[in-house]
Design a protein around this ligand. Structure first.
Ligand code: ZN
Length: 179
């Protein structure tokens, strides 16, 4: 099942102050899906997660043009993903809320430093495009935001020892600190 790409003319989108809001199943992001599946680790009972039940991504993209004529895009992502805890290997729901701000501009690298001091460095640059791929942007940002080795902050399931697996060295350390 493939759905349509979401493409915008990003300068026009910003100039008109348009807003785009949608909820997409994770199946729309194949590269991200693959990463989440890989994070099942090397546990022998790896099962391919049903592609429909391991998450969805809600996004809001807003355009803005300021008084100086600069064009901006603001992206809010709410992602509900299901990955695997790398400590106890049980399911780990991952809720990400992310905010991104982009200046739509065709600046070259040399002008970038100057620009960042001008508008602040919490902006990324998006090249001017009449067919900017919104899904691609969302997927890229989510992939960058994914923790490399996600673990439960609390409530890890009891660690099941598997052959060749070493006990967590930090567990012993914790005991030392307490005593
Ligand atoms: Zn865990």
């Amino acid at each position: 099942m493939t759905s349509q790409n979401i493409r915008i003319d990003n300068l026009t989108f910003a100039a008109r102050g348009e807003r785009l809001h949608s909820k997409l199943p994770l199946t729309e992001f194949p590269r991200l899906c693959e990463l989440l599946a890989h994070s099942k680790g090397e546990s022998p009972e790896v099962r391919a997660p049903a592609p429909t039940d391991n998450g969805e991504v809600e996004f809001t993209l807003t355009g803005e043009k300021n008084a100086l004529g600069q064009s901006f895009l603001h992206l809010v992502l709410n992602a509900h993903l299901l990955t695997t805890c790398q400590r106890c290997l049980s399911d780990l729901p991952l809720n990400l809320t992310l905010n991104f701000h982009y200046l739509v501009s065709n600046v070259d690298e040399s002008a970038l430093d100057e620009l960042e001091t001008e508008i602040g460095d919490d902006f990324d640059i998006q090249e001017v495009s009449q067919a900017m791929d919104v899904k691609l942007l969302i997927e890229d940002e989510l992939i960058l935001a994914l923790p490399i080795a996600p673990t439960h902050e609390v409530d890890c399931a009891p660690v099941t020892m598997q052959s060749g697996e070493k006990p967590n060295p930090f567990a012993a350390l914790k005991g030392l600190i307490k005593s």
